[in-house]
Design a protein around this ligand. Structure first.
Ligand code: SF4
Length: 648
């Protein structure tokens, strides 16, 4: 039996006359093992396991030899894992680490599996494989699959038939999409794998997902949630029509992305479409078996191929489904598209906006202008579709000016909607550096993350607990803590101020859609009831927060004074919290955990001169390419190729 080869891919032969290995494919949690059990209230389907199983089976791999274990959903403890792998001795164990957050879990699971089953070949796939140099040296992983997993995995089956768990570099080098340590302990990376010639992108398979839940099949319900529980559906009046089935589920329409933002991990190339006949069969099953009346599009970049997206919208309308998509590039839609989608059941489109500053958008390599964002969001609001704004602060180049630009943009959009910014569910995140992105390379270039194995492992361990908030932000700009900590507050304060200024000049009345949105907002509804000293203090803090930090009083002061006050009062607020804790708990008081392991060896301002005038020369990728020669020499070719990502 032969798997069809691709250009640049060695022909693969799986020998039916030899025994097939038993395979167990596992999902992993992203939080650190120390954290408590966290069964998510809603989870998007894991498509990689379906795709891998389907491809192997299409190539005559016996289905009964393929097993799935959902370690994440089952929140398996060490003893659960030990018991399971003692009872099931697999030849190959595949660990899926979708995000780099999973490193600590990979280390834990691979160690337990190795102890119990020393003869297993343990393979890792997912974005974490970018850090193969650390993983292969510091965990029990034997091989990392980098990029699309189907072809490399089929080759691994064939490899196992010949060599079992022995590492034979000359044979492994023939397989594209692998990283491994050779006999001299050097990292070998055979380049990013490619898609299969007969690729058929998967749709979720809930029977397979149930099989991975062992004796808790009821957990499969975590893949479905009430549509009225999320604003993307609850704001649309059609959601409440009596004939609608209540739940929503995620369904993919495409895979991949046409862009390459400098903060985004990309380990596959290209933009591929899911076969809509497969989607149609799948949604029939969802409607019948799982009471689904709403679809959330599970894409990274919805709408880049218009013919496909229009056909998708027609399909949703055929089954009278309400649907929504998020994380869309704003250049993917125009007003006509949005109207077309709305008429075919679309309730919400949200865009990857990230910043209201063109300088930062260019640094991120978003490849669009602020006015493109305005056009896309306005088209949604004109069609009474929910579209909240989400921003990410803290990219290299962020400063008080760009922060104010983002706030002003938020305020301007709020004015257009006729609704104060605080009611709009706008989010402000802080950037995190993931391996395999220019943002991570920049952090290494500055010396904020070391290039040694121990230092990189320390960072990966930390990633499990990092969140996109100010406390976990790595100071990529060398700005003072006081300034960095107030960025999200100043964005919101500037938004409120801009909204008020514009509204004074040209008052806009919220339409019925905006009024409904405002009514559903939680803003101002959660103020604590005063019952004792603690709740009194909390109440006072909230009042200070609204009047000073959110700008309802400070907006009457000149900007420099207002923002100076916000910055310093907020810092004083944090400091006093810490001091009270110290009084109560002495030396054991936990401080605020602002991330500052290392000092940068240079600041962004010193590197800014390398920016050019063309758009791509204003990208972080350009700064890293021109200033990172020393870093590249330190890391060597294999690591450099991994760290550049598939779209490098
Ligand atoms: S962040 Fe950028 S590169 Fe990543 S999926 Fe979104 S648009 Fe694509």
């Amino acid at each position: 039996m032969w798997a069809r080869p691709l250009a640049g891919q060695e022909e693969t032969r799986v020998d039916s006359s030899k025994p097939f290995p038993s395979i167990c494919f596992c999902t992993l949690p992203i939080h650190s093992p120390q954290q408590k059990e966290r069964i998510p209230s809603y989870r998007a389907p894991r498509l990689a396991v379906v795709s891998l199983r389907d491809y192997l089976v299409r190539n005559n791999f016996p289905e009964e030899k393929f097993h799935f274990l959902d370690i994440e959903m089952l929140s398996m403890s060490d003893s659960d894992l030990s018991t399971y792998f003692s009872n099931h001795k697999y030849d190959i164990v595949g660990l899926s680490a979708v995000l780099s957050h999973s490193y600590a879990q990979v280390k834990r699971a691979s160690k337990l599996i190795r102890e119990i089953n020393p003869g297993a070949l343990i393979v890792l796939g997912g974005h974490l494989a970018t850090s193969a140099n650390v993983i292969l040296r510091k965990t029990e992983i034997d091989l990392c699959v980098v990029g699309d997993g189907e072809l490399p995995f089929l080759n691994i089956v064939e490899y196992w038939q010949k060599h079992k768990v022995q590492i034979v570099p000359s044979a492994l080098k023939q397989v594209r999409g692998l990283a491994f340590l050779d006999t001299d302990n050097n990292l070998t990376f055979t380049d990013y794998s490619t898609k299969t010639a007969d690729e058929r992108l998967p749709v979720p398979d809930y029977e397979l997902f149930k099989s991975g839940l062992l004796d808790r099949p009821e957990l499969v319900n975590s893949y479905f949630a009430l549509a009225t529980s999320v604003r993307q559906f609850s704001l649309d009046k059609r959601t409440y029509e009596p004939h609608r089935k209540p739940y929503f589920a995620s369904v993919p329409s495409t895979k991949g992305c046409t862009a390459r933002c400098t903060f985004c991990q990309r380990s596959t190339k290209g933009y591929r479409r899911v076969n809509l006949d497969d989607v149609e069969s799948h949604i029939c099953e969802l409607i019948e078996k799982y009471d689904v009346g709403f679809i959330s599009v599970q894409d990274e970049n919805f709408g880049s191929r218009k013919d496909h997206t229009y056909a998708w919208a027609d399909l949703m309308a055929k089954y009278d489904l309400i649907w929504q998509a998020s994380g869309i590039r704003c250049t993917n839609v125009n007003a006509d598209d949005v109207k077309y989608y709305k008429e075919r059941g679309c309730s919400s489109l949200t865009f990857g906006i990230e910043s209201g500053s063109q300088r930062i958008l260019d640094m991120m390599e978003k490849n669009f202008d602020i006015e493109d964002v305005v056009a896309a969001v306005t088209a949604c609001w004109d069609n009474k579709m929910y579209s909240a704004l989400a921003f990410m602060v803290g990219m290299p180049g962020e400063n008080s000016q760009t922060i104010r630009e983002t706030g002003a943009f938020m305020g301007r959009m709020a004015h257009q909607l006729g609704m104060p910014p605080n009611y709009m569910d706008n989010a402000v995140f802080y950037a995190i550096s993931f391996p395999g992105t220019p943002l991570y390379n920049f952090a290494q270039q500055l010396g904020l993350v070391g290039t040694g194995i121990e230092e990189e492992e320390k960072y990966l361990m930390k990633l499990a607990d990092l969140r996109t908030n100010k406390w976990d932000y790595m100071n990529l700009n060398g700005k003072k803590s006081k300034e960095v900590l107030s960025w999200d507050l100043i964005v919101r304060a500037e938004a409120n101020r801009t909204f008020s200024e514009l509204n004074r000049k040209k008052p806009i009345r919220a339409n019925e859609f905006a009024e409904r949105w405002k009514d559903m907002s939680h803003w101002g509804k959660s103020r604590p009831t005063i019952t004792n000293m603690k709740t009194l203090l909390l109440y006072v803090e909230e009042v200070i927060h609204d009047s000073v930090f959110a700008g309802s009083v400070t907006r009457f002061l000149p900007r420099p004074l207002a923002y100076w006050l916000i910055k310093n009062l907020y810092f004083f607020n944090i400091w006093s919290h810490y001091k009270v804790k110290q009084l109560l708990h002495g030396r054991n008081a936990s401080g605020f955990r602002f991330y500052r392991d290392r000092q940068p060896n240079s600041t962004f301002d010193e590197l800014e001169d390398s920016l050019g005038s063309a758009r791509l020369e204003r990208s972080l990728r350009h700064i890293v390419a021109t200033g990172g020669k020393q870093l590249e020499e330190e890391r060597g070719d294999a690591i450099n190729r991994l760290m550049r990502g598939a779209v490098g």
